[in-house]
Design a protein around this ligand. Structure first.
Ligand SMILES: Nc1ncnc2c1ncn2[C@@H]1O[C@H](COP(=O)(O)OP(=O)(O)OP(=O)(O)O)[C@@H](O)[C@H]1O
Ligand SMILES: O=C(O)C1=C[C@@H](O)[C@@H](O)[C@H](O)C1
Ligand SMILES: [Mg+2]
Length: 172
């Protein structure tokens, strides 16, 4: 069984969808952000604050490669920025992986992230208006990398179940 990789902007639902998909397929789920946190025994927030983003991106790449070397099937939920650094987008195209971009509109992302931003260092200090502008620009810059995924599933106005169904169709 190939490794399933879910990717997309912060708040698109990678962790949520991966957890549910993991239950359905009975394949373990590894969240890259959590894998990094366990490995270095620091939260992402603290890594950014104390070591800086460049250090985080290096760690993120190393951990992503480590997960791809696991021999057993796994579902990997990437960090929001993972495909956009260290040529990680090239790793989305291998024969041994199925990569799925969970595509969310700016409004969907702002709606979800405004409720829960304190642990997301890139947006933690922004109000809703600033966040909308930031996400619009950032999503535009990142789309090239997200679009390197083998598949795209749109998540706007869909329940978690709807999105899972769309992914299962791709995997069938
Ligand atoms: N299909 C959905 N419908 C409604 N809410 C959702 C859906 N998917 C996720 N959410 C909600 O959106 C929020 C963000 O989801 P989640 O944390 O899974 O995103 P993420 O892509 O893993 O973000 P990050 O990159 O920051 O880790 C959560 O509060 C979650 O409950
Ligand atoms: O979009 C990003 O660059 C990030 C998303 C999160 O998943 C974390 O990996 C971190 O907060 C950076
Ligand atoms: Mg997540």
């Amino acid at each position: 069984m190939k490794k399933i990789i879910l990717l997309g902007y912060m708040g698109c639902g990678k962790s949520t969808i991966a957890k549910e998909l993991s239950k359905k397929l009975e394949i373990p789920f590894v969240d890259l952000d959590e894998f990094i946190e366990k490995k270095v025994k620091m939260t992402i927030k603290t890594i950014f604050a104390e070591k800086g983003e460049i250090h985080f991106r290096k760690l993120e790449h190393e951990c992503f490669v480590e997960l791809l070397h696991f021999t057993e099937p796994i579902i990997i939920g990437l960090g929001g920025g993972t495909p956009c650094y260290a040529n990680n987008h090239e790793l989305l195209k291998g024969d041994d992986v199925i990569s799925v971009y969970l595509k969310a509109s700016i409004d969907t992302l702002v709606g979800r992230l405004s409720l829960n931003k304190s642990n997301r260092p890139l947006i933690a200090n922004k109000n809703d208006e600033e966040m909308k502008e930031f996400i619009a620009t950032h999503l535009f810059e990142r789309s090239y990398y997200y679009n390197q995924a083998q598949h795209t599933v749109t998540v706007d106005q869909k329940t978690i179940e709807d999105t899972i169904k769309d992914i299962l169709v791709l995997l069938a």
